[in-house]
Design a protein around this ligand. Sequence first.
Ligand code: NIG
Ligand code: FE
Length: 421
Amino acid sequence: MKLLFKNIKGLVGVREDKKLLLKGDEMKSLSVIEDAFLLTENEEILEYGKMDDLLIDDWNELQIIDVDGRFILPGFIDSHTHVVWAGNRESEFVDRINGLSYEEIANRGGGILNSAMKLSNTSEDELYKNAKTRIEELMSLGTVALEIKSGYGLSIEGELKMLRVIKRLKETLPLPIKATFLGAHAFPMKFRDDQDAYIDLIINEMLPAIVKEGLADYIDAFLETGYFSVAQTERVMEAGNKYGLRAKIHVNQFTAIGGVKAAVDNDALSVDHLEEMNNDDFEALKNSKTMPVVLPNCSFFLSIPYAPARRMIDEGLPVALASDYNPGSTPSGNMQQVVATACIKMKLNPEEAINAATLNAAYAIELSESHGSITKGKKASFFVTKKIDSYSFIPYAFGSDHIDSVIVKGSVVRKGEILDA
Ligand code: NIG
Ligand code: FE
């Protein structure tokens, strides 16, 4: 099956250089072919170019889609989500409005433990159904691949339950999904006074059971004051590495305690959050293979500082953007909004923000060989905008949905005006 998208006002994010990530100044380069066509075959991008250069031998084999002056962008990759959860936490949201902090709520047994309690009372089927509905909404908003973490199970059965749900989502949804084991998300109440026993449980019982069923691609921990220490997280990362699970670590959300260096030293694929960064953290990231992933909508929702993404880019680092979609700190997974917040609050240029939400984000879940740009042979996973004057309109007119249609691996997952005709 071949699809020809013609009369594209701007084909955005075209890359032929096969770069797997962009650093520093490179992040400003977002090449656009104006008045373009894009040809896909089955799941992949076959060809693209200027309309003037369009040469087709056999028009009979094609479904032709007239994009009629709209833009096409590579779909968003969301490399950090907690999209499988039970219930919601609006009451904590109201508590925060009335003056409590995220930490104070957690210390009262709210927060992650509240979600863990709700999850233990929810069936796998129910969890699957709700997560599927959320992901379908994300796809309609332009997300074409994502990562999902466990971490609301906090027991062997609970973590296996979450990861089995993620496996089912992988098998039934059209977009690629990576699964991350986050047993080290919070200490369950009964381990409050014997934290190392919980680390032992993660390493000696949860991890082998998860690996045996092939349920995880990566391993994560919430490395933070009051949660998992550097030493505890190192044990978790080392254990994961033994099973071939690279680390993606929640770190520096509230405090900088040396976690970034510890993650880099353990060959972490990414370090995520990074709202609080000191000079040592910057140094640790330089010349590493670890992607800094920033989550601006978490900062927005919790009213905490924004990660210094501008400084990261100015100092030559790469940056990826992700949603952190979860019921506590970021109950929104809209990547159009993430790009907008990054531009408005972190001072990224639209080009940098789009690269951060596509190619660099794909790197953070090892998908940048097949996703993240408009490149021959990469997956045909992209979106067509509504009629707008420039791609900068997407972050500028924040809060609106600027997408007409979404294609995931060559299949239409959101059918807008261009496909209605
Ligand atoms: O990335 N910071 C740790 N974990 C999540 C929030 C989890 C929750 O509050 O349920 C985050 O923000
Ligand atoms: Fe998170």
